[in-house]
Design a protein around this ligand. Structure first.
Ligand SMILES: C[S@@+](CC[C@H](N)C(=O)[O-])C[C@H]1O[C@@H](n2cnc3c(N)ncnc32)[C@H](O)[C@@H]1O
Length: 343
């Protein structure tokens, strides 16, 4: 997969008006989630001159802007798989162009990106997972079930199958697996039976038809719980289309590997599947791996991470009141405390 370095651009900001007619300035369109806490978690690692912090999910550059302004000696590498996000973040971060390098990449490509930039180790890594406000707000991207739009959902619109391709071409058993595994949808079989019946009549292209089909397919009791009945199916399709969990499963261990001793990682997840995966990787790094019964734990079995959060931290009620997209957030952090890891 190719990547493309681009400095943060020196162009004026706010050239575009989003499709929903909302504010054009990225700063107004998006409040970075749990920002203060993310900065505090990373702070001890970023004060030294020459520190590098990687924002693996640049989005609209909200967290990145705060990192660059709070840590004036730090350099930032920002990744996003969405070219439109890179463009908007580039405008926002233009004042920091000398200290920021933005790269079009999927975040599991982090080792290769750092290699090409000649940065062997970094002091901070941030992941703010999921979709950005821009992706949700722009109806034609097809992430939101509330508006009728093409069933796309690709974060990188230059490659890969869309949500419509998944719906129209996957064998029924595969679709059931996707809905169950990534949407935790108990009614997966019912929904898939309806999808298969309908797609034979006419392939799916837009979201409203799918939302209506889900509504009709679900029993009354299932419709009364858990908000919009299409929510779980949309989440599942988005995760499948973007290979989100597979990528994350590779990316978090790579990010930990990239940390210098004393370096810190912070991860914001938005659903239990992501959070479980992050918890598993960070907790495993914080355990010693010695065979049971050793009187003294040798260095190579000592944990290489120290957890910085007790369980997952959540946003305050005030933050949720101001920014409803923060509501599901779960934040975990860890510090790299040792080079050695299990052979
Ligand atoms: C929640 S937004 C980040 C918002 C950002 N923290 C801010 O304050 O503006 C997540 C971003 O991560 C990007 N993204 C999601 N999965 C990715 C992946 N596997 N590799 C690279 N970028 C990814 C999305 O395209 C989106 O722009």
């Amino acid at each position: 997969m190719t990547t493309e370095e681009q400095p943060a651009r020196d162009e004026p900001t706010g050239a575009e008006t989003p499709a929903d007619g909302g504010p054009a300035d990225p700063a107004e369109r998006h409040r970075p989630v749990m920002l203060r806490r993310c900065l505090d978690l990373l702070a001890p690692a970023l004060a030294e001159p020459g520190a590098t912090v990687v924002d693996c999910t640049l989005g609209l550059g909200g967290h990145s802007e705060a990192l660059l302004s709070t840590f004036p000696a730090a350099r930032l590498v920002g990744l996003d798989r969405d070219r439109e996000a890179l463009r908007l973040a580039g405008e926002r971060l233009a004042p920091y162009a000398g200290r920021a390098t933005l790269v079009h990449a999927v975040y599991d490509e982090l080792p290769q990106v750092l290699d090409r930039l000649g940065v062997p180790r970094v002091q901070g890594v941030l992941f703010d997972l999921g979709v950005s406000s821009m992706q949700l707000d722009e109806a034609e991207r097809g992430f939101a079930y509330a508006q009728d739009a093409p069933l796309d959902m690709r974060m990188d619109q230059t490659r890969g199958p869309s949500a419509a391709d998944v719906l129209n071409t996957y064998p029924p058993g595969e679709l059931v697996r996707v809905l169950r595994a990534y949407g935790e949808e108990k009614q997966a079989r019912r929904i898939v039976e309806a999808v298969v019946r309908e797609r034979e009549r006419e392939p799916f292209s837009h979201s409203a038809r799918l939302v209506e089909l889900i509504r009709d397919a679900l029993p009354q009791a299932a419709k009364r719980t858990g908000g919009n009945p299409a929510k779980r199916t949309f989440q599942a399709l988005r995760i499948e289309v973007n290979g989100e969990l597979d990528v994350l499963e590779r990316a978090v261990p790579s990010a930990v590997d990239a940390l210098a001793v004393g370096g810190r990682i912070a991860v914001l997840s938005y659903h239990s599947l992501e959070d479980r995966l992050v918890k598993r990787v960070l907790s495993a790094g914080a355990r010693n791996t010695a065979p049971p019964g050793l009187p003294v734990v040798p260095e190579q079995y000592q944990p290489r991470l120290k957890l910085l959060t007790r369980g997952a931290e959540v946003p305050t009620e005030d933050e949720i009141a101001e920014n409803r997209r923060a509501a599901p957030a779960r934040l975990r952090g860890a510090e790299r405390i040792r080079e050695a890891h299990t052979p």
